[in-house]
Design a protein around this ligand. Structure first.
Ligand code: ADP
Ligand code: MG
Length: 271
């Protein structure tokens, strides 16, 4: 299947003419996007442009009002393989008054794969250890989550999602407010994930250390996709083309070529 995938096998996510309204107010309009297996997509755009709403629509957290969402070839309403999807929401916080350990938080990421209250099997333990290795926090397993820094807690949440061994992984601004060493640790974790063939949709304001991982950029502006194509430098995303939403500049036409560019690094020389 990997050597000769059909189009259907390659497409992990597709939205056709998707729209979302919240309390009657249109938030997303005319969203057309197709994501192929193994792609690393940076979802970018100004605050309020609709990135988180799009991710919520893609993961079924938010019902789209019009159009269709397809995950792994199944309509969203018929999709049940949620263990194939990992999601680290924006501003997620693992801090609480409960002294839960790093290990426990990551173990909770196996819940979609195991029945509730069933004891952890060896393969569950292995997946948890592996996820902690990937984010570089194995040695903190038994520490309380509240003893970790904000950036480390973010890595624990990523390990939690990794422990479910997802094929399609969404991260909503995992680097916001995270210091550079933790951003670098995140980039390493995502590189590992990518090398294992996972598909990644990363919402980020600035790509920083993630830059070399990105195959494709999608830029949102005012609830629409303003750009879909080869990776852009951070300053291009924040420039007048995709900025605050009141500019009268032309919006770059959406590139219609969704041919996967895996293995081709021809865009990296920009960075
Ligand atoms: P981004 O993630 O790009 O910053 P969002 O998807 O969070 O943007 O928000 C897009 C728009 O939708 C914003 O104008 C925001 O105020 C609005 N919005 C998002 N979620 C809600 C909600 N639950 N209720 C009302 N408005 C919302
Ligand atoms: Mg957001």
């Amino acid at each position: 299947m990997l050597t000769d995938p059909t189009d259907r096998d390659r497409t992990v996510l597709e939205i056709e003419d998707g729209s979302v309204a919240i309390s009657g107010r249109p938030i997303l309009r005319h969203i057309d996007v197709r994501i192929e297996r193994g792609e690393f997509v940076a979802l970018m755009g100004a605050n309020g442009s609709g990135k988180s709403t799009l991710v919520r629509a893609m993961t079924g957290l938010l019902r789209i009002g019009g159009g269709s969402v397809t995950l792994f070839g199944a309509q969203l309403s018929d999709f049940h393989d949620w263990h194939r999807i990992g999601f680290v929401p924006q501003r997620a916080t693992a801090a609480s008054g409960i002294p839960v350990s790093v290990w426990e938080v990551v173990a909770s990421g196996r819940l979609t794969r195991r029945r509730l209250l069933r004891p952890l099997l060896r393969k569950d333990r292995q997946a948890i250890k592996d996820a902690l290795d990937v984010v570089g926090l194995r040695d903190r397993s038994h520490d309380g989550i509240n003893t970790l820094s904000g950036g480390q807690q973010q890595r624990v949440l990523i390990a939690r999602a990794l422990a479910g061994e997802p094929e399609l992984f969404f991260l909503d601004e995992p680097t916001a407010g995270v210091d550079l060493p933790n951003q670098q640790a995140l980039a390493l974790a995502l590189e590992t994930l990518k090398s294992r063939g996972a598909t990644v949709v990363l919402v980020a304001h600035e790509l920083g250390p993630m830059t070399p991982l990105v195959d494709r950029a999608i830029v949102m502006r005012d609830g629409r996709i303003a750009y879909d194509g080869p990776p852009l430098a951070d300053h291009e995303v924040h420039g007048p083309l995709f900025g605050a939403g009141h500019s009268h500049h032309h919006v770059v036409p959406v590139v219609d070529d969704h041919t996967p560019q895996l293995g081709l690094n021809r865009h990296r020389e920009h960075h």
